[in-house]
Design a protein around this ligand. Structure first.
Ligand SMILES: *[C@@H]1O[C@H](CO)[C@@H](O)[C@H](O)[C@H]1NC(C)=O
Ligand SMILES: *[C@@H]1O[C@H](CO)[C@@H](O)[C@H](O)[C@H]1NC(C)=O
Ligand SMILES: *[C@@H]1O[C@H](CO)[C@@H](O)[C@H](O)[C@H]1NC(C)=O
Ligand SMILES: *[C@@H]1O[C@H](CO)[C@@H](O)[C@H](O)[C@H]1NC(C)=O
Ligand SMILES: *[C@@H]1O[C@H](CO)[C@@H](O)[C@H](O)[C@H]1NC(C)=O
Length: 273
């Protein structure tokens, strides 16, 4: 390669100058948990909700968080049954805490099912100096988990409020706690997806998740149901509107607007066939 040495140095210098310590951000433990389903049996249902919560949600601002999951039919001879992801980059983290992410899935027949989930996030590589030998300025980490559940006639009806109120079926295997130190760094604008070209330094140790302290109350559950109904009734996106949808969808939209702050309903892309 043939370029004047000062070009390289000035390029390096400009990269390094980006690697300044930016203003301190909030620090604390951000936690993502799969709240529902649990290791339980449920009666057949047209729509089953998958519910995640994010505690201390305001700390998520610079993480570029992503929740991804797929569903497997564990009945002998079954296979992959659905996949979706929710890019939470545009979420309003100051709107609610905990912040609930949910998704309704249809078509689960009686049998045994597995939900595999993944939470991905970005953080600063503290050792990055601008030289490629120490890796990239930003790390992308992921945590995975999975839960199995059964759909069977005679089982109790799906009830997210009751399930999350029951501490006995709650395990901390389906969550991840991330230690956000409050230190942030500026990264080169090469990392276009980083908000404000800023990432946060993640400390260690990573604490043990505490999913059992999150409960879905009936107001949150009702808002999730309302968002599902609004989706199903939306004449623009729904291919199979229930007969009892209001003629004028405006009233429905208004009702959901009031609860949108409680729960993000990005859901259903992967599944609504
Ligand atoms: C699921 O629940 C069953 C019955 O309560 C129990 O025997 C089993 O160990 C649980 N599995 C996991 C992975 O927690
Ligand atoms: C799950 O797999 C079984 C066995 O192949 C099949 O009979 C059943 O229809 C599958 N269920 C769904 C909802 O795809
Ligand atoms: C985010 O939520 C807060 C609290 O509900 C609200 O005041 C603010 O306007 C929202 N921000 C945006 C960009 O919607
Ligand atoms: C995140 O990923 C980086 C790079 O692969 C790794 O060095 C670091 O230990 C990971 N951090 C956590 C908390 O897993
Ligand atoms: C979070 O990380 C910092 C710095 O690495 C460490 O001092 C602190 O003890 C950690 N906090 C928890 C709750 O583990």
């Amino acid at each position: 390669m043939h370029f004047k040495p000062w070009t390289a140095w000035s390029l390096l210098a400009s990269l390094v100058s980006f690697w300044a310590v930016a203003d301190a951000a909030d620090s604390g433990i951000l936690e993502v948990d799969l709240l529902f389903p649990r290791n339980e049996t449920y009666a057949p249902t047209e729509w089953i909700p998958y519910v995640f919560s994010i505690q201390n949600a305001k700390l998520a601002k610079y993480l570029v968080p992503l929740i991804r999951y797929d569903v497997w039919n564990l009945t002998e001879g079954g296979g992959s049954f659905g996949y979706t992801h929710q890019n939470l980059r545009w979420a309003n983290w100051s709107s609610h805490d905990p912040y609930f992410v949910h998704h309704f899935h249809s078509g689960l027949q009686e049998g045994r099912w597995r939900l595999n989930w993944e939470f991905g996030y970005a953080s600063c590589n503290e050792h990055w100096t601008g030289l490629s030998s120490v890796g990239d300025p930003v790390n992308y980490n992921r945590t995975v988990g999975s839960i199995e559940f059964t759909i069977q006639a005679g089982g109790p009806a799906v009830d997210v409020v009751a399930a999350t109120a029951n501490d006995k079926t709650c395990s901390n295997e389906n969550g991840v706690a991330i230690n956000i130190t409050g230190k942030t760094r500026e990264v080169p604008p090469l990392n276009e997806e980083m908000p404000d070209n800023t990432c946060v330094v993640v400390g260690s140790p990573q604490p043990t998740p505490t999913p059992c302290q999150v409960k879905v109350d009936s107001a949150v559950a009702a808002s999730m149901t309302a968002s599902l109904r609004a989706k199903l009734c939306d004449p623009l996106t729904s291919t199979n509107r229930p007969a009892d949808c209001p003629e004028d969808n405006a009233a429905q939209k208004l009702a959901v607007a009031g609860v949108a702050c409680l729960a993000v309903a990005v859901g259903m892309f992967g599944f609504l066939a």
